[in-house]
Ligand binder design. Structure first.
Ligand SMILES: Nc1ncnc2c1ncn2[C@@H]1O[C@H](COP(=O)(O)OP(=O)(O)OP(=O)(O)O)[C@@H](O)[C@H]1O
Length: 591
């Protein structure tokens, strides 16, 4: 249990011991109240079975009530028992409210903490992750861990203490009957638990597996809708989803049944236990005494039966949730091994030439480096184009310059300062337009000013003008307030790219990066945007990754990559002269 709590502490990212201890103390209080509730029945049973009020628990009750007259004492004790049960129920409800708040709060915190770990993980490792796995951990395993394992452990403690307290009362009433009842009851509980244990484990594993399988079947139908439709593969994925969902339904059914099963076994054990206790008591005591003790045991049984039921069911649920906890523990360990992206605000301004000095990069899972000893200068205020055949390493080099990937060896500096010294300051000076522009489900304005706080209207107008977005905005019913994304206006590929360009320019970047950013634009718009970018030359450094000749032709410098190395660099004509490969690509129209 300590081990599990330690894992939970790691998931939440903060201390949990104090509140866990408080929960145990609360459980003790509930158990003591339970004990008092059962103990309060002792004098009542003594009196209703014809016992005298001169001795035993009844004498003690008579002293409190101030009368030994059965006509007064019995209703008074019954009233006290009722009050004790009401008080116990109120305290238990209050405690459960607090305890549920504690565990559901932990669950929320763990989801946030896990998401934060994913969001702050290095880009290189994030690229290797499966989105389905991430979703499964955050949306499925965290709730499962907290509702089954954490909540289960705390419930288990409360129930075990309650059981112990009631057993203490019963031991004081009749040790032999208590031992007999315990053997019958605990024996059945333990046996049923042992039999069902492996099943709980298996069901937990099945549910974890089919969760991922249903997501893997669902995702292509959403993200690859067009391809799936055109390939006529709908039934294939729906069929996979059906299989996973039915497997889950079967596992859920099994889990529900095996959670309920102990109840039926324990009910039989209860009847057998009471029978055995009655036989023992009537054989060893007078009928009056035996009836009184059986009365107390019957009242105690109303507490014991549901408690043991829950204990057995909870033990199973903890077991079925262990797979989720184990996966989360492994995932957290893996995420914590990598350095987290720092959240510090930008503290300096990077300005100047960007220099790459013998930059080599190999992906962690690859034997060969993708880039080998790349040295070059991207001059401040000029336009540099990364050009090369498919797979030459352009995107990787760009990710290195952006600081998303870290060189295996060599360094990248801007104005003489290593870009990785203060990545957030470096990012603050970048405006990046990717090939696929990601749109928020929000207004056009929010999409352009993404993450920048209050809108600066002048900057916004300027960015819109430079990105040639005016005409698009004029056509939208609500202009800049029009909603885009999932539930809003659908933009064409070229319009999306112009939103991306406006977004990058709104940041007033020192370095503007166009990563295949004009590939979806029509010739005329591309011409106007290229012209705009050329006009920006001198104001900011521009890096372009493009295949189109028209986009790179007027760049101040072309960096021609071939098989991970710089094959040639210079103006378009210089590179054409220097590299037969580039010259051939140009003549084939590949650039
Ligand atoms: N995560 C990865 N692990 C191993 N190798 C990778 C990984 N990502 C990319 N590569 C390899 O690195 C090489 C360079 O890829 P990169 O995407 O940088 O090329 P590119 O010039 O941008 O190509 P394109 O023009 O087709 O986009 C390719 O051979 C690719 O297979």
């Amino acid at each position: 249990m300590i081990e599990k709590l330690r894992t939970v502490r790691g998931l939440v990212g903060g201390p949990v011991a104090g509140r866990t201890l408080l929960s145990v103390v609360g459980s003790c209080l509930v158990a003591v109240l339970d004990m008092l509730g059962v103990a309060a029945v002792l004098p009542l049973m003594q009196l209703v079975t014809g016992g005298s009020a001169e001795n035993g628990p009844a004498a003690w009750a008579a002293r409190i009530v101030g009368s030994s007259e059965p006509g007064i004492l019995i209703p008074a004790i019954a009233g006290l028992i009722a009050c004790a049960f009401v008080l116990k129920s109120l305290v238990t409800i209050g405690f459960r409210w607090w305890q549920l708040g504690f565990t559901t709060g932990l669950e929320a915190e763990a989801s946030v903490e896990l998401t934060r770990r994913y969001v702050l993980s290095p880009y290189g490792t994030h690229r290797l992750r499966n989105v389905g796995e991430i979703r499964r951990c955050v949306e499925s395993f965290v709730p499962q861990t907290f509702s089954q394992v954490v909540q289960g452990l705390l419930n288990w403690i409360t129930d075990a203490l309650t059981l112990l307290a009631v057993v203490v009362v019963l031991l004081s009433v009749s040790p032999s009957a208590t031992v007999l009842a315990a053997v019958v009851f605990a024996g059945s509980g333990w046996t049923v638990q042992r039999v069902l244990r492996p099943r709980f484990g298996r069901v937990g594993e099945t549910m974890a597996r089919v969760d991922l399988e249903s997501w893997s079947a669902l995702m292509p139908t959403l993200h690859g809708f067009r391809e799936v439709r055109l390939a006529g593969a709908e039934e294939l994925f729906v069929g996979r989803l059906r299989q996973a969902k039915h497997e889950r339904a079967h596992a859920q059914r099994e889990l529900s049944l095996i959670s309920e099963l102990p109840k039926y076994v324990l009910e039989v054990a209860f009847v057998a236990g009471i029978g055995a206790v009655a036989a023992l008591l009537f054989a060893t005591q007078s009928p009056g005494e035996a009836a009184s003790v059986i009365g107390v045991f019957s009242v105690a049984a109303t507490r014991i039966l549901p408690t043991v039921n829950r204990l057995v069911a909870t033990t199973g649920l903890i077991r079925s949730g262990q797979k989720a906890l184990a996966v989360l523990a492994a995932e957290t360990k893996e995420l914590d091994r990598a350095e987290r992206h720092p959240l510090a605000p930008p503290s300096r301004v990077y300005d100047g030439d960007i220099r790459l000095d013998r930059v080599t990069f190999a992906f962690p899972d690859a034997d060969e480096p993708v880039l080998r000893s790349v040295s070059t200068t991207i001059e401040r205020g000029r336009t540099t184009a990364f050009v090369g055949a498919s797979g030459a390493g352009k995107s990787t080099l760009l990710d290195l310059v952006l600081g998303l990937l870290e060189p295996t060896s060599g360094s990248i500096t801007c104005g003489g300062v290593n870009t990785k010294d203060d990545l957030n300051s470096w990012y603050a000076g970048l405006g990046v337009v990717p090939q696929e522009v990601f749109l928020l489900d929000d207004t056009l304005e929010a999409n352009i000013t993404l993450g920048e706080g209050a809108t600066d209207l002048d900057r916004l107008r300027e960015a819109v003008r430079l990105a040639q977005l005016d005409a698009v905005i004029a056509d939208l019913p609500d202009g800049l307030a029009a909603r885009l994304g999932e539930r809003g206006v659908r933009l064409s590929g070229g319009q999306r790219q112009r939103v991306g360009i406006a977004r990058a320019l709104y940041r007033k970047p020192k370095v503007l990066v166009l990563d295949e950013a004009t590939s979806s634009l029509d010739g005329a718009t591309e011409y106007r945007i290229t012209e705009t970018v050329e006009r920006l030359s001198g104001l900011m450094t521009v890096i372009v990754v493009a295949h189109r000749l028209s986009t790179v032709r007027h760049a101040d410098k072309i960096l021609f990559l071939s098989a991970g190395s710089v094959a040639a660099e210079g103006t378009f004509e210089e590179v054409r002269e220097l590299s037969p490969e580039f010259s051939q690509l140009v003549s084939l129209g590949r650039v």
